[in-house]
Design a protein around this ligand. Structure first.
Ligand SMILES: Cc1ncc(COP(=O)(O)O)c(C=O)c1O
Length: 382
């Protein structure tokens, strides 16, 4: 056992937890949020700061941006100037401002689907159009259809390419070659490239996810410690873009939308995570990969007609359940009612998502074992 105990999960019932606001015996494996106790220094820093018992407005300290800078340098081998960074109350908050203030009205926004469902909601909510470049699935692997992508990029009405790097929900870590190809194509057709890298630090041991920042500093890169360190409730993220004119446009939009000022506890939590959380994260990634392997082996052996897509990034598993049911909503509802397991139905992730479910494995191994046993019984009588 390592220094940190991931078997002992936090009891988040009755704490307004979105994930744990469920029936007594249900196992929540939906929203992308982890069950572990936070990296201890984060808790200490928050406790210490809460002692100053007047929680008024704060500014974003330079240490917040320096923490991103140090982390990107150590973990992603990229040198980023802190002046390229803008604080945001979340990745999606920043994306909304970009949709509203930066992108020309009624633009086509290209997505590699199936992809994180909120993207479509935001794109359509701001009057743009989702343009799906469906990933090509070969057995249990997904590939980018570059020919299709190029044909979509040629279309003048499509102005933006929005990447999820690594990819939610399939967990795919894009190779450097794939990322370079994407970048070259976007540059060739003068498209704005946005890379959502919120999951970038959740990778299986021995794997690395390349940040677009290491390939091009003018990609709008969206980062946050909120997935790797489970800080989503603190509402903080960072937009990084080198081009000053573009950055100022984003910054001004975020100011109008009032999403550029920090929560009282967000900067100190991120600073503790990024400056001191390397060892904790390494152990977390070990633990998550054990959970993934357990589920993969179990599904392959016990429920072989379900195809398990086990990427090496994110703590999300993608299951092809189409042999049993092509309607993922019906399937997920029955899974919740009859087996007490709550997952996301694949349909919400757009083109290519139907017939699949997304399963969050960021919980204790004992919960994973219990969930696997319930899945086996459930599938066998489906
Ligand atoms: C790819 C991706 N981007 C963004 C978010 C949400 O980020 P935030 O809470 O910072 O808005 C999530 C949450 O699951 C996600 O998976």
């Amino acid at each position: 056992m390592g220094k940190f105990n991931f078997d002992d999960i936090a009891n988040r019932r009755n704490s307004y937890s979105y994930k744990w606001n469920i029936k007594e015996n249900d196992i929540p494996m939906f929203v992308a949020d982890m069950d572990y106790h936070v990296f201890p220094l984060i808790k200490e820093e928050i406790q210490k700061r809460s002692e100053i018992d007047s929680y008024g407005y704060i500014y974003t300290p330079k240490e917040y941006f320096e923490a991103y800078q140090g982390w990107l340098d150590r973990h992603h081998h990229v040198k980023v100037d802190t002046s390229w960074m803008v604080y945001s109350t979340g990745v999606i908050a920043a994306l909304c401002s970009i949709m509203k203030h930066v992108i020309p009205e009624h633009s086509g926004i290209i997505l590699l689907t199936p992809v994180y469902h909120t993207f479509s909601r935001v794109i359509e909510g701001y009057g743009h159009k989702v343009v799906s470049c469906k990933l090509r699935k070969v057995d249990v692997c997904y590939y980018i259809d570059f020919e299709k992508l190029e044909s979509l990029l040629k279309d003048d009405s499509n102005k933006v390419f929005l990447l999820c790097n690594p990819h939610n929900p399939i967990g795919r870590i894009w190779t450097k070659d794939e990322l370079k190809r994407l970048l070259d194509l976007c540059n060739k057709y003068h498209k704005l490239f946005i890379s959502d890298e919120i999951h970038i630090d959740i990778v299986d041991p021995g794997y690395e996810c390349t940040s677009m920042l290491s390939l091009d500093n003018n990609v709008i890169t969206l980062l946050s410690a909120s997935k790797a360190f489970n800080l989503a409730g603190l509402k903080s993220a960072c937009v990084i873009v080198k081009n000053e004119e573009l950055r100022n446009k984003i910054k001004d939009g975020m100011m109008i939308d009032n999403v550029g000022a920090p929560n009282y506890f967000a900067p100190i939590a991120t600073i503790a995570a990024y400056n001191h959380g390397d060892e904790w994260l390494a152990e977390l990634n070990e633990y998550l990969s054990t959970n993934k392997e357990y589920m993969k082996n179990f599904v392959e052996k016990e429920i072989p007609l379900v195809k398990i897509i086990h990427g090496h990034g994110t703590y999300l598993i993608w299951l092809d359940i189409s042999y049993y049911d092509k309607d993922s909503t019906r399937f997920a509802n029955r899974l919740r009612e009859e087996a007490g397991i709550i997952v996301n139905e694949g349909k919400i992730f757009g083109d290519g998502g139907e017939g699949h479910i997304r399963v969050n494995i960021a919980t204790s191994l004992s919960n994973i074992k219990e969930a696997c046993n319930r899945l086996k019984l459930f599938f066998h009588k489906y």
